[in-house]
Design a protein around this ligand. Structure first.
Ligand code: RBF
Length: 381
């Protein structure tokens, strides 16, 4: 059948309109779709709201509450910001490492913000939510991006929160599969272990309960033995804590202790125990000992947030929560450090649960009560 010329012109116009419609959709900082502008046939009498133009320059200060080097969320911040500045000349970046004395952070952050050198300050960890709220009261002309934190309704603050319950669940599930496997050194005890830096809501109410739930999904008899390091740097103490857990029958360990993690690796290597890495790919730390990894895509989060910042589309005051469903919690199932060491049946069982978490068939949301707790703590309620 031949189509007449007017029909062809109409079809071509329709295709063009559809493709322009797709190309013009702007990225948003939330994974949920935002309403798109509708085009009406008759001109609207009221003026169409215009989005403000993107910024012409942004002076970004990166505030690291600790030290760079072995802390995945911080390393991703500094690295991601520096890379963004290479791609976009409107962005300049200055990084400040505040160190481990948490009692000094408020004062350090206040002077960093009040220096007049920055339009936006980028930082990370749950304790920074409350500090940033305080600083916005004395320094109102600076905006803050805070990862691993949750604060609502403040027009100078944007927080992003990775689903650490989900990440903990996958972590515990993988540790328990390794512990029940036929690997040499895996014992019959249903015990896995975790060395962590300090108590905080994300650890106590999300990561640890997540690990327990994941391990119990493998076998309800599983027990998680934990030991708190009390800081984020003491590898010698971390090694001795890991040794105590191994003495108690733990054969697979996790570590969320910054530079302290090196001590856990050391104990695991010497005692023929196994480790699963948290947040980054950690096989190179000790191949054959670190045999799995459950990651947070902090770099992707930083890239997204800085893109939104440069596009002028950050939804200030509205927190973002992302997880495995959006690709921000992930597991390298094909990595040689995993495939070559973890028995095939354990890999298969893990892949099944992982697929369910990614597809949303196994929903493991962050409970709203925990988010409210963080929000209230930030606001001093
Ligand atoms: N994680 C690190 O890897 N290194 C650190 O130095 C570090 N310091 C923290 C300090 C405080 C007060 C809090 C609340 C968390 C800290 N974290 C640190 C944990 C970090 O925010 C995150 O929860 C873990 O890295 C797991 O993703």
């Amino acid at each position: 059948m031949r189509l007449s010329k007017p029909i062809l012109v109409f079809l071509a116009a329709a295709i063009l309109l559809t493709s322009f419609g797709c190309a013009s959709s702007t990225p948003t900082s939330t994974p949920t779709p935002t309403p798109t502008a509708t085009v009406s046939a008759t001109p609207s009498p009221s003026p169409t709201p215009t989005t403000p133009p993107p910024p012409t320059s942004i002076r970004l200060g990166v505030f690291i509450p600790g030290r760079l080097g072995d802390s995945p969320p911080y390393d991703a911040l500094a690295d991601g910001a520096q890379r963004a500045a290479l791609r976009d000349k409107r962005l300049t970046v200055e990084i400040f490492e505040a160190g481990f004395d948490q009692s000094k952070w408020l004062e350090q952050l206040t002077s960093f913000a009040a220096s007049g050198k920055f339009d936006v300050i980028y930082t990370s960890n749950e304790a920074l939510g409350p500090l940033v709220v305080k600083v916005t009261q004395t320094v109102p002309n600076v905006k803050f991006l805070v990862n691993d934190s949750y604060v609502t309704g403040n027009k100078n603050i944007f927080t992003a929160f990775l689903n650490k319950y989900q990440q903990g669940y996958l972590y515990g599930y993988m540790m328990a599969l390794v512990s029940t496997s036929t690997l040499p050194g895996a014992n019959p005890d249903k015990k896995i272990g975790l060395i962590y830096g300090q108590h905080y809501t994300m650890m106590d109410d999300l990561i640890i309960p997540g690990i327990e739930a994941g391990a119990k999904a493998v076998d309800p008899a599983f027990e998680l033995k934990t030991a708190m390091l009390g800081n984020w740097f003491d590898a010698v103490k971390a090694e001795s804590l890991a040794n105590s857990l191994i003495d108690e029958g733990v054969d697979c360990l996790g570590a969320i202790a910054g530079s302290g993690n090196a001590g856990v690796v050391s104990a695991a290597v010497k005692r023929n125990a196994y480790m699963i890495w948290f947040d980054t790919i950690g096989f190179d730390k000790a191949p054959g000992t670190v045999i799995g990894s459950v990651n947070s895509s902090n770099e992707d989060l930083v890239t997204l947030e800085l893109k939104n910042l440069l596009d002028g589309t950050v939804t200030w005051g509205g927190p973002l929560i992302v997880g495995a469903e959006q690709g921000y919690i992930s597991v390298p199932l094909l990595a040689p450090g995993y495939v070559n060491f973890v028995p095939a049946d354990a890999q298969k069982k893990f892949a099944e649960v992982y697929e369910k978490v990614v597809s949303g068939a196994l929903a493991l949301p962050v409970p709203q009560a925990i988010l409210d707790k963080l929000d209230n703590a930030a606001k001093g309620n």
